[in-house]
Design a protein around this ligand. Structure first.
Ligand SMILES: O=C(O)CCC(=O)C(=O)O
Ligand SMILES: [Fe+2]
Length: 591
């Protein structure tokens, strides 16, 4: 196929029955192997990553810096009218690449939204099927993690005390209990209620004979509760302990099986915004309860989509058969020309309705996958999905696929300048502090502010009436270190020429885009935090996927402001998450 630089020239040779797309996925996926030197072969031996030749992957940073490289890769810079360099690839008409489109402070904002707000009911996540709507997942997970950290401190103090005294004594034990209680109270002071206290107490020094027994007992009585039909994570308890005795008090069978919030967060794989996609019917189900599409994200998507919308408009004029763009809805009517953030108006994340569990035990392909199947394909259990698990027990690593299971997981968890609208005055304010959010977004490093001045967005315009992208639904993908999204098409939206606006956040990913069949060898492109991809027109009909994300510090290419060690304190919990994760928000116009 003449893409020798990709390093898999043989990809279209179908002799072994594998398609070119599949071969590329296999070539690039994360391989780990046990290092016999680091322990006995088998259990306990260290896994090491295998080197893969990535020289064929298009690097958008280099495209921007090196004209010869850009030309060699068939990349051409567009005048997008948005002051951000936008590139097209000659090999993939309809694909638009906007490196560093989202400023770093906005990346922080969207990461926070994706973790704290977007998974909230009535938005559905991969957890709905098994556990029903889970409310307050991020907050509760953070409390658990903090309690675990406190417990670790208690443990190390205990160990130290034992080392000093030589033996453990009852006196030492009660001292430790006091410390544990202090730990709980200090957490409570930070805003947790009394039930949270019991939850946290359970996490403290688990299994220790010195643990605070009376508190445990009260936690069981607190039990889990439903509020407005939602499992309210903020006041639940027993599901997080996993202890047999606690489940005896629980009547709802779902809750018995519910893992800790921290684990649920780790296993979060997708959330849907706006119109809810029903994986069973492979369509957007407008009867499913849904919150309005977040206004700030809709505004951002409309701006980001502009280059593709402009192109489509031109084509529709020159070709009368070309599909006409739908009229923009009056409620999205806004003044033209402003290129400010829309994030001041955060989405209404209040739950408005009951969650839906109707497809709880089904797993259905939600899109056409790399095998070309367009059929509804039910698989046995939704929870089995298409997740691949290379390490860990099924129970430990069992993951739910979103629909067709094209998000895969293979191992356990391990550890430019931009559109995204510069706010007035050149400051990169990430947005108003909302009720549930911390105020990290208001802080901004000086250097950042300078780089993200308004001037670079001044020309970023949305198109006029009739040509503006209208965000109606989005899928938010959460990738852990060994997760992959296998080749697929997104082909259920009404107008398949309209762009999908795809925003990358967190660790670098390898994105593959091929052709209309999986026999076409795909092109690999690195996507970093803040990069945006538009797939419009012909590119909408091309198989694409993410075989790999890079979570090691050397290759994750995280900007300092979202790195663990250098992020502002308020952003630190999000930085902890994103250090080994990638989030992708892809926004669609459905009608
Ligand atoms: O994660 C990505 O970059 C791609 C996501 C995607 O293709 C999808 O969700 O349909
Ligand atoms: Fe996709």
């Amino acid at each position: 196929m003449g893409r020798g630089a990709m390093g898999y020239e043989q990809a279209s040779d179908n002799a072994d029955g594998r398609t070119a797309f599949r071969k590329a996925e296999k070539l690039y996926k994360l391989y780990t192997e046990r290092n016999p030197k680091s322990g006995e072969s088998g259990k306990g031996s260290r896994k090491t990553k295998q080197e893969v030749d990535l020289s064929g992957v298009i690097d958008l940073n280099r495209i921007q810096e090196d004209g010869a490289y850009a030309e060699e890769r068939g990349a051409q810079r567009l005048e997008s009218g948005c002051n951000r360099p936008t590139y097209i690839l000659h090999s993939h008409p309809g694909l638009y690449l906007v490196p560093g489109a989202i400023p770093v402070c906005k990346q922080q904002y969207w990461i926070q939204q994706a973790l704290e707000v977007f998974p909230e009911p009535p938005n559905r996540t991969n957890h709905n099927a098994e556990y029903g709507p889970v409310k307050g997942l991020w907050g509760l997970a953070q409390k658990e993690l903090k309690s675990q950290a406190d417990a670790n401190t208690v443990r190390s103090v205990k160990a130290q005390a034992e080392r000093v005294s030589g033996t453990a004594s009852n006196g030492g034990c009660s001292r430790l209990n006091r410390r544990a209680e202090n730990g709980v109270r200090s957490t409570e002071l930070e805003g947790t209620g009394s039930r949270s206290l019991t939850l946290e107490a359970e996490s403290l020094d688990p299994g220790s004979s010195c643990s605070a027994e009376p508190v445990h007992a009260s936690s069981r009585k607190a039990g889990a509760s439903f509020q407005n039909g939602h499992l309210d994570a903020a006041i639940e308890g027993p599901g997080t302990t996993g202890r047999a005795e606690s489940s005896s008090k629980i009547t709802d069978p779902m809750l018995k099986r519910r893992p800790s919030a921290a684990k649920l967060l780790r296993k979060l794989r997708w959330a849907t915004l706006g119109l809810q996609y029903d994986w069973s019917s492979r369509s957007y189900d407008e009867s499913l309860p849904h919150a309005p599409f977040p206004a700030d994200l809709a505004d951002l998507a409309a701006r980001l989509a502009a280059p593709a919308m402009r192109h489509l408009s031109v084509q529709s004029v020159s070709n009368p058969n070309f599909v006409q763009q739908p009229l923009r809805s009056p409620d999205l009517e806004r003044s033209e020309g402003e290129c400010q953030t829309g994030i001041e108006s955060g989405p209404d994340s209040e739950s408005t309705s009951e969650g839906d569990q109707k497809s709880a035990n089904e797993n259905v392909r939600g899109r056409k996958d790399a095998n070309g199947s367009e059929e509804r394909q039910k698989t046995e259990k939704r929870s089995e999905g298409g997740w691949k698990s290379e390490s860990g027990s099924v129970g430990e690593r069992k993951r739910e696929s979103r629909g067709n299971g094209d998000l895969e997981s293979e191992t356990g968890r391990e550890g430019g300048q931009q559109i995204g609208e510069g706010p007035p005055g050149g400051e990169c304010k990430a947005g108003r502090k909302s009720e549930n959010t911390s105020d990290w977004g208001r802080k901004s490093k000086k250097g950042l502010q300078e780089r993200e001045s308004e001037s670079q967005f001044a020309e970023c315009r949305k198109e006029g009436p009739g040509r503006e992208f209208r965000a109606e639904g989005a899928i938010v993908n959460y990738y852990g270190p060994a997760d992959a999204l296998s080749g697929h098409l997104d082909d259920v939206e009404e107008n398949m020429d309209l762009p999908i606006v795809s925003i990358s956040l967190g660790c670098k990913a390898l994105f593959l885009i091929g052709g209309e069949t999986r026999d076409v060898p795909p092109t690999g492109i690195f996507l970093r935090s803040g990069d945006v991809v538009l797939m419009a027109g012909p590119a909408r009909r091309c198989y694409h996927g993410v075989p790999r994300i890079f979570t090691d510090a050397l290759h994750s290419d995280l900007p300092p402001a979202i790195q663990r060690d250098s992020a502002d304190t308020d952003f630190r919990p999000f930085a902890d998450y994103i250090a080994s994760s990638r989030i992708n928000i892809n926004v669609r116009q459905v009608h």
